[in-house]
Ligand binder design. Structure first.
Ligand SMILES: CC(C)(COP(=O)(O)OP(=O)(O)OC[C@H]1O[C@@H](n2cnc3c(N)ncnc32)[C@H](O)[C@@H]1OP(=O)(O)O)[C@@H](O)C(=O)NCCC(=O)NCCS
Length: 169
């Protein structure tokens, strides 16, 4: 279901990552370690579970094949959770994060999943700005979700699947 691997104008391509490759998990862990502060980083075990059904991991690779961004998705009924997204610091502000989420929204729509949901730290301005730009709206705030004084905003976006269903009816 993943769209074919073609390089975007930015010189990277987004595609689903295979679930059976320890080299892929190594590359994801390298992104995790450069992309998040110590204390916010996921363990290898956490990432490994994101590759198993009902989860899916999409990656962005540059022209040399290096992994520069990754998004983890968890499907369940009518919703898909955006569990994690990280872009290499050296590749930021080139539209990689936007492409990863837009590809994930298309994938969800193809699966007839109506809603994408996520949690983000309220003070994570780059991520919150990106999500808003892509149509995510705030649902609620979970106080102290990431520890004392570190609140999470729950956000959701319509994938367009509902409208597609209505048009087909
Ligand atoms: C959030 C993150 C994934 C964005 O990735 P990115 O590839 O740099 O984002 P994009 O280049 O696609 O940005 C798209 C838009 O989002 C917004 N945005 C992205 N980074 C921003 C920043 N630092 N400040 C303000 N707005 C920002 C802008 O509107 C941007 O559009 P523009 O560049 O045309 O102005 C990246 O900063 C990251 O990996 N952060 C660390 C991990 C993290 O916090 N993940 C989210 C929680 S799980």
């Amino acid at each position: 279901m993943t769209p074919p691997m073609t390089l975007s104008e930015g010189g990277y391509a987004v595609a689903q990552l295979p679930s059976d490759s320890s080299a892929v998990v190594d590359a994801v862990m390298a992104l995790e370690e450069t992309g998040f502060e110590v204390g916010e980083q996921w363990s290898r075990n956490s990432w490994e579970s994101e590759f198993d059904d009902p989860c899916e991991v999409l990656g962005a690779k540059d022209a040399s094949g290096a992994l520069i961004g990754v998004i983890a998705l968890r499907y369940g009924g009518d919703t898909v959770d955006l569990d994690r997204i990280v872009v290499a610091p050296s590749a930021r502000r080139r539209g990689v994060g936007r492409s990863l989420i837009m590809t994930a929204l298309v994938q969800a729509r193809l699966r007839r999943v109506t809603e994408m949901i996520l949690e983000v730290r309220t003070d994570n301005e780059p991520a919150v700005t990106l999500y808003r730009e892509l149509g995510f709206t705030a649902v609620t705030v979970r106080s102290d979700y990431y520890g004392p004084g570190r609140d999470a905003q729950v956000m959701k976006a319509d994938t367009g699947a509902r409208k597609a269903r209505t048009n087909q009816a």
